[in-house]
Ligand binder design. Structure first.
Ligand code: BDR
Ligand code: CA
Length: 338
C-alpha cells in the first residue's frame, strides 16, 4: 500500500461524494503553502473538495496578512470543512530581507474580510512549516507536489535548510508573477514582490515548476451572479459568498468592476485539470536589485535569449470550465459539510 491509499482510507478522506470521479486514479499528495487571504481560503476549499488531491497539510507564511492571522485563518477554514485531520504548520513570519507589508486593503485586517467564521478549535502543530514539509517529502514514497499560493519564503528556506528533502519535490505549482502588468507595482505581482529574494532563490533552483501568473489569473473571474448556486447553501456557501462579496469591493474600487480574480483557486484547479490552461516552457528570473522593479518576473523566450526553458508558464484559460469546476466542487463540499 502506498501513502496515497493509506491517506485516502475511510476515516481520513472526507471528500464529498459526487465531487468528482477519478476512478482508480491515485490522488496526488500535496502540501499547500498559503497566506489566507480571501482567494487562498477559496483555493483551500477547492483542494479539500477535490478527490484528485490528497492534502497532507497546510503551511502558512506571512503575506496578505500577518503569520498569526494566516495561520489562524488556515485552521478556521479547515475547521469549517470538518478537516481536523489536516495539520497546519506555521512558517516564516517575514520575508528573508524586506520589511513586511500586508495587503489589508484587499483582504481586510484579519485577512478574511472580517468573515463570520469561528476562532480555530486547535493549535498549529509545533513543527515549523519548513521542517514539516521536509518531513513529508522524506516520508512519502511518491513525489509530493507543493502548491504555493503565497510568498515563497518557506520554499526558499526549505531549499537552504533541507536540500535533500527539496530534491524529492515532485513539482511546484505556484501562483506568482506576470509577463506584463503587476498588481502591487506597475510590473510586479504581490507574492513575488513581497519576498523577491526568496522568489529568486526558488526560480534559480532546479525544482520542476509551473507558474500561474497574473496573465492567466485575470481570466479566472468569479462574478456575484455566479454564486447564486452557493447563496442558498450551507456554511461553505455562506463563507464563499461573503468572501467574494468583500473581495469584490476592492475590485470595484481599484478596477472599476466587481468581478473578482481567483488567482489561488486557479492554481489548484490547474493541478486538478491541467487542460484548463495552456502553458509554454520559458525562462523566468526575478528582479530584486532595484526598488522600482522589485519582484518583477522577467519571462523570456529561450529561442531569443538562449536561457534554459526551466518553467511552465500558464497563459490562456478556459474561463467557463474553470468557473464550472470551482462552483461544482464548492457546492458538493457544501452539501457534504452541511
Ligand atoms: C496573489 O496575491 C495575494 O494577494 C493573493 O492571495 C494571491 O495569492 C495575487 O497577486
Ligand atoms: Ca495568496
Amino acid at each position: 500500500m502506498n501513502a496515497n491509499s493509506e491517506r485516502s482510507k475511510p476515516g481520513r478522506g472526507t471528500v464529498p461524494p459526487g465531487a468528482g470521479d477519478v476512478g482508480s486514479r491515485v490522488a496526488t499528495p500535496v502540501i499547500i503553502d498559503t497566506d489566507p487571504g480571501i482567494d487562498d481560503a477559496i483555493a483551500i476549499l477547492l483542494a479539500l473538495a477535490s478527490p484528485e488531491l490528497d492534502v497532507l497539510g497546510l503551511t502558512t507564511v506571512a503575506g496578505n496578512t500577518t503569520l498569526h492571522n494566516t495561520t489562524a485563518n488556515a485552521m478556521r477554514v479547515l475547521d469549517l470543512a470538518g478537516r481536523h485531520d489536516i495539520p497546519v504548520a506555521a512558517g516564516a513570519d517575514r520575508p528573508l530581507i524586506r520589511t513586511p507589508w500586508h495587503a489589508e486593503d484587499v483582504h481586510g485586517a484579519d485577512g478574511l474580510g472580517g468573515a463570520d467564521l469561528p476562532a480555530a478549535q486547535r493549535q498549529p502543530i509545533r513543527t515549523h512549516a519548513v521542517d514539516f514539509i521536509a518531513g513529508q517529502l522524506h516520508a512519502s514514497p511518491v513525489p509530493v507536489t507543493l502548491i504555493t499560493i503565497g510568498p515563497l519564503t518557506n520554499i526558499a528556506l526549505l531549499l537552504a535548510l533541507h536540500p535533500a528533502a527539496a530534491s524529492r519535490i515532485g513539482h511546484v505549482v505556484m501562483m506568482g508573477g506576470s509577463t506584463g502588468a503587476g498588481n502591487i507595482t506597475p510590473t510586479a505581482e504581490f507574492n513575488i514582490w513581497f519576498d523577491p529574494e526568496a522568489a529568486h532563490r526558488v526560480f534559480a533552483s532546479n525544482l520542476p515548476k509551473t507558474i500561474v501568473g497574473l496573465d492567466v489569473a485575470r481570466q479566472a473571474i468569479v462574478r456575484s451572479e455566479d454564486l447564486t448556486r452557493l447563496q442558498a447553501g450551507g456554511r461553505v456557501g455562506q463563507l464563499v459568498t461573503g468572501l467574494v462579496d468583500y473581495y469584490s469591493r476592492y475590485y470595484q474600487e481599484r478596477h472599476g468592476t466587481p468581478d473578482t480574480c481567483q488567482h489561488d483557486a486557479l492554481t489548484v484547479a490547474h493541478l486538478i485539470r491541467p487542460e484548463l490552461v495552456t502553458t509554454r516552457r520559458l525562462n523566468v528570473t526575478v528582479e530584486y536589485g532595484s526598488d522600482e522593479t522589485r519582484g518583477t518576473t522577467v519571462i523570456g523566450e529561450p529561442l531569443i535569449t538562449g536561457a534554459a526553458a526551466h518553467a511552465a508558464v500558464a497563459f490562456e484559460l478556459d474561463a467557463v470550465a474553470f468557473t464550472e469546476l470551482l462552483l461544482d466542487r464548492l457546492s458538493a463540499l457544501d452539501a457534504h459539510v452541511g
